[in-house]
Design a protein around this ligand. Structure first.
Ligand SMILES: [Zn+2]
Length: 346
């Protein structure tokens, strides 16, 4: 079989039928903005496909059966699950299709049917805990995809989460394990309150959770420091067989929910860096999953920038980082060293 040149986009109009409530920032307009931008000018080398719903076994590899059953009972109804998280009539279907898109993206990339993939889904997933919906998230799409990759034969799976919020759910689901590494950059202190530098994993998982807790105001160059001095060396040493990205675009400078200063170029640089890492260790097997991002134009532009990178564009981080990112990186390194799991430098 010749090498596939295409980027697979898994998405579905049924994601628009999940409504979290009037005025809620995680609205159908988010995905509509991305899709109408892509339809207006489709990036080269992308192939669109519709996902299947995740199976109960795929969901229950991550979530408690009671959590799955409770959400399923709410199918076709409106319900509030926590102060930020609600279901509408179409939410259960959207959530199972979102998880299925994440799994399907992994399957396609693992089998070599696509060079890489971007699952453009909602609801997002990284706040969903094993037994609880939370923070706009019903099912943890990234965790479900990571477990699917393990079952397909990936010995080590990397989850990189650049959403501006810490992915508490993903961290907790894998924190005691050494086969799934979780790297997160996030605004700190901020929602959901987890992701401190000293959270480095537990038991056999010590050293396989790496949190870059960043103060507000960090831009493209600052994220470059986090990637080059912390994330990429850790990822290289871990040598994953497949790389998943929880791609939230709420660190964007125009995002209304957070206070970072990342631009489309910064997201392209992050995607370039992780795509190179994936080529080094994983045969290029890279899957992006949409998480947050609440400025519609920023969301569409940043998604497009990442798709261009999946298609071969290269972008470097700019120079000119401030003092805060090196400080945050040093704090995480100290926590890892104190625990006897020092982070590699290159
Ligand atoms: Zn977020």
């Amino acid at each position: 079989m010749s090498a596939p040149a295409s980027t697979l986009i898994l998405t579905d109009r049924r994601f628009l039928e999940h409504e979290a409530g009037i005025g809620h920032p995680e609205s159908p307009a988010r995905l509509r903005a991305i899709l109408s931008d892509l339809e207006r000018a489709p990036p080269g080398g992308v192939v669109f496909a519709e996902p299947r719903a995740a199976t109960k076994a795929e969901l229950e590899a991550v979530h408690g059966a009671e959590h799955v059953a409770r959400l399923e009972r709410l199918a076709g109804r409106r319900a509030r699950l926590d102060p930020d998280t609600a279901m509408s009539e179409g939410s259960w279907q959207a959530a199972t299709l979102a998880a299925g898109a994440a799994v399907g993206a992994v399957e396609a990339v693992w089998a070599g049917r696509a060079a890489n993939a971007f699952a453009l889904v909602r609801p997002p997933g990284h706040h969903a805990e094993a037994s609880r919906a939370m923070g706009f998230c019903l099912l943890n799409n990234a965790a479900i995809a990571a477990e699917a990759a393990r079952r397909l034969g990936a010995a080590r799976v990397l989850v990189l989460d650049w959403d501006v919020h810490h992915g508490n759910g993903t961290q907790h689901i894998f924190e005691a394990r050494d086969d799934v590494m979780y790297l997160s950059s996030h605004q700190w202190p901020y929602y959901p309150g987890t992701g401190a530098p000293h959270e480095i994993g537990v038991g056999a998982g010590r050293g396989f959770t790496v949190n870059a807790a960043l103060p507000a105001g960090q831009g493209d160059a600052d994220y470059g420091v986090v990637f080059h001095d912390l994330f990429l060396p850790a990822a290289r040493a871990f040598a994953p067989d497949l790389v998943l990205v929880s791609a939230g675009f709420d660190p964007h400078e125009r995002d209304p929910l957070a206070d970072m200063r990342v631009t489309e170029r910064g997201f392209a640089a992050m995607a370039t860096a992780i795509a190179e890492l994936a080529r080094e260790t994983s045969g290029g097997k890279l899957v992006l999953l949409l998480e947050g991002g609440y400025d519609l134009a920023a969301l569409a532009g940043s998604t497009r920038a990442c798709l261009e990178v999946l298609g071969g564009r290269r972008e470097d981080f700019p120079k000119g980082a401030g003092p805060e990112a090196p400080r945050a990186v040093a704090e995480t390194r100290e926590a890892l060293a104190r625990a006897g799991r020092p982070a590699p430098r290159t």
